[in-house]
Design a protein around this ligand. Structure first.
Ligand code: PLP
Length: 416
């Protein structure tokens, strides 16, 4: 950063990493809709490739030049620099989806015979990739639930007889759809406890609260992954993902991205630059709205139970303690159990006007969905019961509308 007196990421989202002089004085970074970049000379082309393939060390102040949009592109590079500010990460790589970010991390840091320890519930796509694809590759996995203590998770690893093969811990916190929290610092201690010469890495899916309200790297994570489709994109108009962490780990992630070719394109990169300008004010408003909506739901006679981080109290014990230590605000995801079952839940969902009946989350518009029959339809029924995904459970993603209108929409749907 050149101007050291500017300290808050939101102040940098309009300008960081871009110089208008590069593009005819254009205040906004243009879309570099190009597959390839011209070298000024053959010598320059040679120098760029030497760095891109790691054939020699960088000279002082030397940067990897632009070569080909599968390796790098200005819209992605500037986006990666701006995203790094929120998590205070050394490096970032942007992907064409959250799933490509997650699967690239798992495939880079796991090989046949290794053990992956992960939390549950996980996003459906992540869960399916682990249980179908990774198992087929002879990668062993162990799952723990949010109610397990650090000692119980440690015991689970020890009893598996595979603790020497542990390579990666992957967690999602808060967990979708119940908002259950996983303790990042405790997972770090577990990773360190089983680390030999090679450090066991801890990766956190920070889609629900990040990058504004939770910073896993600060709590000991090595890698943070995102579905940038959600809060970072924030307008339900693109699919993208991101991974952030230390330079050495990110060099490996970026190398695999280059060979998979699953980077985001320039147009998606440009849209995300647009989105980052309003990220902070969007999530502030969404969170304020969600706090009001959660209070309304908690007081409504047709509502049995509300799962919202902002409603946690000391009576919630460890969950409250983790929340106070790990999260900066409760975010804008709410789930609640309606009185009755699937029939009552469906009647409610069908009556909503302002809330759209759709999966996904984090956008400017409010969305409602039924996890049991929609996002989590493929999860084992017994496991769903254990995790609290009942036929009466409804998940809301709160947008930037006026809170009175959101509450009025919910009220009329609950009354019918
Ligand atoms: C949506 C989501 C993903 C997958 O991201 P895509 O962008 O849809 O590929 C992963 N993790 C979480 C928590 C998500 O909500």
């Amino acid at each position: 950063m050149e101007a050291k007196h500017i300290k808050n990421p939101e102040s940098w989202m309009m300008s960081y990493g871009y110089n208008p002089q590069w593009s005819e004085g254009a205040v906004k970074c243009p879309i570099f809709q190009t597959s390839t970049f011209a070298f000024a000379s053959a010598e320059e082309g040679k120098a760029f490739f030497e760095l891109a393939y790691g054939l020699r060390e960088k000279k002082p102040r030397e940067q990897i030049g632009l070569i080909y949009s599968r390796l790098n592109n200005p819209d992605l590079q500037i986006l990666e620099e701006r995203l790094s500010l929120w998590d205070k990460a050394e490096a970032c790589a942007v992907f064409e989806s959250g799933m490509s970010a997650i699967t690239t991390v798992m495939l880079e840091f796991l090989k046949p015979g290794d053990l992956l320890l992960h939390s549950g519930p996980l996003y459906g796509g992540t869960d399916h990739f682990i249980k179908s694809y990774l198992h087929k590759q002879n990668i062993h996995t162990l799952e723990f639930s949010p109610d397990m203590s650090e000692e119980q998770i440690t015991e689970l690893v020890e009893q598996s007889g595979l603790s020497a093969n542990l390579r990666l811990i992957f967690i999602e916190t808060p967990a979708n759809p119940t908002n259950a929290l996983i303790d990042i610092e405790a997972c770090r201690r577990i990773a360190d406890r089983f680390s030999g010469e090679e450090r066991i890495l801890l990766a956190v899916d920070n889609t629900y609260l990040g990058p504004v309200w939770q910073h896993p790297l600060k709590h000991g994570a090595d890698l943070v992954v995102y579905s940038a489709t959600k809060y970072i994109g924030g307008h339900s108009d693109l699919i993208a993902g991101a991974v952030l962490g230390k330079q050495a780990h990110m060099d490996r992630v970026r190398a695999l991205r280059t060979f998979f070719g699953n980077m985001a394109g320039p147009w998606t990169g440009w849209l995300l630059l647009r989105s980052l300008e309003t990220l902070k004010i969007r999530v502030e408003r969404q969170t304020k709205n969600a706090e009001e909506v959660a209070r309304f739901l908690a007081a409504h006679p047709q509502v049995k139970k509300v799962h919202y981080l902002g409603l946690l109290t000391e009576e919630d014990g460890r969950q409250y303690e983790i929340y106070r230590r790990q999260c900066l605000a409760p975010g804008a995801m709410i789930s609640f159990e309606i009185r009755g079952g699937e029939a009552e839940a469906f009647a409610f969902l069908n009556k909503l006007h302002l809330f759209k009946l759709a999966v996904s989350l984090g956008s400017t518009e409010s969305l409602a969905q039924h996890p049991d029959s929609m996002t989590h339809a493929a999860v084992d029924p017994e496991e769903k019961m254990k995790l609290g995904i009942t036929p009466a459970l409804i998940r809301l993603s709160i947008g930037v509308e006026h809170p009175d209108d959101l509450i009025a929409d919910l009220a009329q749907a609950l009354e019918s």
